[in-house]
Design a protein around this ligand. Structure first.
Ligand code: AMP
Ligand code: ZN
Length: 113
């Protein structure tokens, strides 16, 4: 399958991996939008949030748990951080394999752009 995040998860394409286990991989975003900008992706290929099924609940919970762990390690947990999952064109999704953006290390604006 021609999916860049599947290829990063399998090791076919290099990335700055910060965490991995049997269900998920986390790596530095190549174009960081904050001092901490890490992407947490499931190994399972799910193109957008629209393809998430009831049975994926545990996997999604795991993505949040990985994000929490990394936020603590990077010492942004107490200060605050943002988790974002974009869906389709108007939200700005460019890679069609779901990923949680972990953003932190600076004050975030609201509403988001
Ligand atoms: P989204 O716009 O939500 O689909 O986010 C895609 C993100 O993936 C963007 O923030 C990109 O900078 C990032 N990205 C794209 N290719 C790579 C790559 N090879 N390694 C790391 N991050 C990437
Ligand atoms: Zn994929």
């Amino acid at each position: 399958m021609d999916c860049i995040f599947c290829k990063i998860a399998s090791g076919e394409i290099p990335a700055k991996i910060v965490y991995q286990d049997e269900k998920a991989v986390a790596f530095e975003d190549i174009n960081p939008q904050a001092p901490v900008h890490i992407l947490i992706v499931p190994r399972k290929h799910i193109p957008t949030v629209l393809e998430i099924e009831e049975g994926d609940g545990e996997l999604l919970g795991h993505l949040f748990s990985v994000a929490n762990r990394i936020a603590s390690e990077r010492e942004i947990a107490g200060r605050g951080f943002r988790l974002v999952m974009n869906c389709n064109r108007e939200a700005g999704q460019t890679v069609f394999h779901i990923h949680l953006h972990l953003l932190g290390g600076r004050t975030m604006g609201w509403p988001p752009g």
